[in-house]
Write a protein of this length. Structure first.
Length: 227
C-alpha cells in the first residue's frame, strides 16, 4: 500500500504543503491564538460564576473550535491557484478527491491536532468536570476531522474569488449538526447519562463527511480552478 502510486501522490502533496506552512507559521498559530482569545473573552464576560461558566463551557469550546478551524480557509488553496500549481493538479494523474483528502489532512494536522491538544486545558480553565473533559477528548477527533474537510470545502468555493466571506457563511450551517451532537455528548457525560447515542451519531457524521466531502471538494476545484 505504501508503495502504491495513490499513496505516493497523497504523501507528496501532504509533505509539500507541510513544508510550505513551515515558512508561514502565522497560518497555524493564528487559529490557536484565536481559540484561546475567544474562550478567555467568554470567561471574562460571564464573570466569577463558575457554575454558569461550566454549564456553557461545551458550547463555548466547540463554537471557538469551529471558528478557529474556518479562520484560515482562504490560505489553503489560494496560494496553489495564484502560483499555477492548481492547474498542474488538474492535469496530473492524481485523482482530485485524493488531492482534497491530502489538503484536508494537512489542515487537520496543522489546525485540528493543535486545537485538540489545547482544548482540554481550556476546558479545565472553564471549569468543565472530569467526565465532561473525557467526553470532549472523545468527540474532538471525529469532529475536527469533519471540520477540516468542511474548511477545505469552503476554501474550494472561494478559490479565485475576491469575496471569501460568503463561502464561510454558506458552510457554517453544515457545521450545526456537528456542534449539536458534540455538545450533546459532553452534556450527557456531565449529567451522568449514556453518551453512546450522540457519540455514535457524531462518528457517523464524520464518516459521512470523510466519504462525501472529498468528492464534493474535487468537483468544486475542477469548476473553480478551471476558470
Amino acid at each position: 500500500m505504501y508503495s502504491s502510486p495513490l499513496f505516493k501522490g497523497y504523501r507528496a502533496i501532504v509533505q509539500r504543503d507541510l513544508t510550505s506552512l513551515r515558512r508561514r507559521p502565522f497560518d497555524w498559530l493564528l487559529p490557536l491564538a484565536f481559540f484561546m482569545l475567544v474562550n478567555m473573552l467568554f470567561a471574562i464576560a460571564i464573570g466569577g460564576d463558575r457554575t454558569a461558566l461550566a454549564n456553557v463551557a461545551p458550547a463555548i469550546i466547540w463554537s471557538a473550535v469551529l471558528l478557529a478551524a474556518l479562520l484560515t480557509h482562504d490560505g489553503i488553496l489560494r496560494p496553489d491557484y495564484e502560483s499555477g500549481f492548481m492547474e498542474q493538479l488538474l492535469l496530473s494523474p492524481h485523482p482530485l478527491p485524493l488531492v482534497a483528502l491530502a489538503k484536508s489532512s494537512v489542515h487537520w494536522l496543522t489546525t485540528g491536532v493543535p486545537l485538540m491538544l489545547v482544548a482540554p486545558l481550556v476546558a479545565m480553565m472553564l471549569g468543565l468536570s472530569p467526565r465532561g473533559i473525557q467526553a470532549l477528548l472523545l468527540t474532538l477527533p471525529p469532529t475536527t476531522i469533519a471540520m477540516s474537510l468542511l474548511t477545505v470545502f469552503a476554501a474550494a468555493l472561494t478559490v479565485g474569488q475576491k469575496n471569501h466571506l460568503l463561502a464561510t457563511l454558506l458552510v457554517l450551517p453544515l457545521t450545526i449538526p456537528l456542534l449539536i451532537f458534540a455538545v450533546a455528548t459532553i452534556d450527557s457525560a456531565v449529567a451522568g447519562q449514556s453518551l453512546l447515542a450522540p457519540a455514535a451519531l457524531l462518528s457517523a457524521l464524520a464518516i459521512l463527511a470523510l466519504t462525501l466531502l472529498p468528492l464534493a471538494i474535487a468537483g468544486v476545484i475542477r469548476i473553480m480552478g478551471g476558470q
